[in-house]
Design a protein around this ligand. Structure first.
Ligand code: NAD
Length: 290
């Protein structure tokens, strides 16, 4: 397939490289980074999409997605597809899809879970919003870049699934860190607590797979001085997207709001920027009750 790929950063670079390695003709564009091996370099976003049957975007925010869509949609032919894999707000996903559809271009929002490691290994999970027939045409590409793909519903449903998942993740990681900090202050050994919780009703992905305690459970960013992994500022971005969505939809999400506030303090005032999101544990350990 002829693919245009815009946004070749930490995630987009390895995703585009995997598509090229699988035999697709990938033309890439990024404002600041080089194209990876096997990907043809375009001089502009429009150049990257001109011959493409599918255009994939992997960009930092909804505002940038809107801006890039305004550049590339006029250069795309009717019957082609715009597939955005960035994590953005539901409204931007729906607006861009509507603009594409008005030009006869199919659109999907297809954010991912699995991080930079999953992007490199081709084991991402895609959560997708858009028409089933458009989804069917892009499925072979999802199968190259990932190991699981779920069609969640109409335009915006992929972003809705992503922000709900990450709201659960942010809340459970904070709860996990609070509990291990409490255990420490009660003199309870962290390895013993892990042994209990990982097979008990308190278990979760945050405990079992991503334990925030160095030397306990599987190897995680905690064992690498909390280098990301999944950076705290990206968790903050996702929690803010969830709060914006909750405000717009009239949903009551008090723990989501509190998680967003805690990650905001951590990132903006407590040295959390650039650290893994599980570095909430040393933050709690260093604080007194209250
Ligand atoms: P990144 O900052 O490494 O990459 C984004 C790239 O977009 C950059 O290289 C930047 O130069 C490029 N860019 C920005 N504006 C552009 C424009 N107008 N035209 C062309 N290129 C432009 O970010 P990332 O970690 O690759 O994340 C990309 C998206 O994936 C984000 O929405 C993020 O929330 C999401 N995501 C990231 C992870 C992760 O672990 N990094 C996991 C899941 C989802």
């Amino acid at each position: 397939m002829q693919i245009g790929f815009i946004g070749l950063g930490n995630m987009g670079g390895p995703m585009a490289a995997n598509l090229a390695r699988a035999g697709h003709v990938v033309t890439g564009f990024d404002l600041s980074v080089e194209v990876p091996d096997g990907v043809l370099a375009a001089q502009s976003a429009q150049d990257a999409v001109r011959d493409a049957e599918v255009v994939i975007t992997m960009l930092p925010s909804g505002a940038i997605l809107r801006d890039v869509a305004a550049q590339v949609l006029p250069a795309m032919r009717a019957g082609t597809i715009l597939c955005d894999c960035s994590t953005v707000d539901v409204a931007s996903a729906r607006d861009v899809a509507a603009e594409a559809q008005a030009k006869g271009i199919g659109a999907l929002d297809a954010p991912v879970s699995g991080g930079v490691g999953g992007a490199a290994a081709g084991t991402l999970t895609f959560m997708v919003g858009g028409p089933p027939e458009v989804f069917g045409r892009v499925t072979p590409l999802f199968d190259v870049m990932g190991s699981k793909t779920v069609l969640c519903g109409d335009a915006g449903a992929g972003q809705a699934a992503k922000l709900c998942n990450n709201m659960i993740l942010g809340i459970t990681m904070i709860g996990t860190c609070e509990a291990f900090a409490l255990a420490s202050k009660l003199g309870l050994d962290a390895a013993r607590l892990f042994d209990v919780v990982s097979t008990s009703s308190g278990s979760s992905w945050s405990v079992n797979t991503y334990c925030p305690v160095p030397g306990v459970g599987p190897t995680t960013p905690a064992d690498n001085d909390y280098r990301p992994g999944f950076a705290a500022e990206l968790m903050l971005k996702d929690l803010r997207l969830a709060q914006d969505a909750a405000t717009g939809a009239g949903a009551d999400t008090p723990l989501g709001a509190m998680a967003a506030d805690l990650y905001a303090s951590f990132v903006e005032a407590e040295g959390g920027r650039g650290r893994d999101f599980s570095a909430m544990l040393p933050r709690f350990l260093a604080r007194a009750h209250g």
